[in-house]
Write a protein that binds this ligand. Structure first.
Ligand code: NAI
Length: 342
């Protein structure tokens, strides 16, 4: 029996994500939680004739016990709760509001379902994941193998955008690519590693095209924010990406140990590959090593089995420079999140 809870289920991401999860054969119960509008979303989804059972909970239910009811016995909690960006805003601008929401949800998880695997979508991911970790540490429930910042949309965009450049080349549709994106999840902290994991794309022999492609992946979210013109940020592509990542995490619980996905994770020394990753980052950055980084991770029944540190030792000089810039910004983002709950 697998129970998944979506926190922020009535939102722009929450609704299509919940729809996809209702169709996932691994999930027996889908619990929907929000501060508004979730009875409508839950009732609507409950009419779909897939076997996944729907329950829905408002924060205000039964003297404000909605959160603990929603989270009770959850195996996985996925979190697209919080405010999205408007034109002119960076993900960092969202921190004040979203860190408070994340702290509240983390407290609920620690008290109600401390063994759950937690997937954080709420931005700025670079800082909200440390907020979760710090709350869990305080509560004595932190399991670094089961806390994931969802950065899948960066890889999804990288696969799509590179395929557009290669559109005249044979066998170069988006599905031909599996671009690993490392670092963090905002602007210059997003580092796509095209040199390591792409099949050769002739059009990219032009240096300017690579620079433009990297920039597009780093700032692809802005295209959506601008096109939506004040109505929010990516929701449908993010719901797809969140679903893709959760599906991979769920599939790994069946015992499959061949699944590798990129995610923003805590580099705990107990996880194989974490120490090596920190050493490589330290060497590139020249400063202190970082405790969090988006990396390809091998998934297993128990969460992260291994961090694939070797990918960082295969990057080219241009990507090394990008990683240096990434580390500088990321260090500040991490410190901001970590100090929030202190
Ligand atoms: P939205 O405003 O449409 O939905 C957010 C939902 O969260 C709303 O239904 C709201 O009622 C709910 N909410 C607010 N406070 C809450 C609380 N205390 N507990 C539970 N639910 C609460 O926003 P959207 O577009 O769905 O985005 C959600 C978050 O996802 C934003 O922070 C956004 O920046 C982030 N995002 C992350 C991406 C990623 O790649 N990780 C990509 C795109 C967006």
């Amino acid at each position: 029996m697998v129970k998944v809870t979506v926190c922020g289920a009535a939102g722009g991401i929450g609704q299509p994500l919940s729809l996809m999860l209702k169709m996932n054969p691994y999930i027996n119960e889908l619990s929907l939680y929000d501060v508004v509008n979730v009875p409508g979303v839950g009732t609507d989804l409950s009419h779909i004739d897939t076997d996944t059972k729907i329950s829905y909970h408002l924060k205000s239910d039964d003297n404000n016990t909605g959160l603990s009811q929603a989270l009770k016995a959850s195996d996985f909690v996925i979190i697209p709760a919080g405010v999205p960006r408007k034109p002119g805003m960076t993900r960092d601008d969202l921190f004040k509001i979203n860190a408070g929401i994340c702290s509240e949800l983390a407290t609920g998880i620690a008290e109600t379902c401390p063994d759950a695997t937690v997937l954080v979508i709420s931005n700025p991911v670079n800082s909200t994941v440390p907020v979760f970790a710090e709350v869990f540490k305080k509560k004595g429930t932190f399991n670094p193998r089961k806390l994931f910042g969802v950065t899948t949309l960066d890889s999804v965009r990288a696969n799509t955008f590179i395929s557009e450049i290669a559109s005249n080349e044979a066998d170069k549709a988006p599905s031909a690519f599996n671009i690993r994106v490392v670092g963090g999840h905002s602007g210059e902290t997003i580092v796509p590693l095209f040199s390591v994991c792409a099949p050769h794309v002739y059009a990219l022999e032009d240096e300017n095209k690579i620079d433009a492609l990297v920039h597009r992946v780093q700032y692809g979210g802005d295209e959506v924010v601008q096109a939506k013109n004040g109505a929010g940020s990516a929701t449908l592509s993010m719901a797809y990406a969140g679903y893709k990542f959760l599906h991979a995490v769920l599939a790994a619980t069946t015992g499959d140990t061949t699944i590798i996905e990129s995610s923003y994770v805590y580099l705990d020394d107990s996880i194989p590959g974490a120490k090596e990753t920190k050493e490589i980052i330290k060497g590139l950055y020249g400063g202190e090593s970082l405790d969090y980084f988006a990396m390809p991770v091998v998934l297993s029944k128990e969460g992260i089995k291994e961090i694939k540190s070797d990918i960082l030792s295969r990057v080219n000089n241009k990507e090394k420079e990008l990683l240096k810039i990434c580390c500088k910004t990321l260090a500040g983002n991490i410190a901001k999140g970590a100090s929030f709950s202190q």
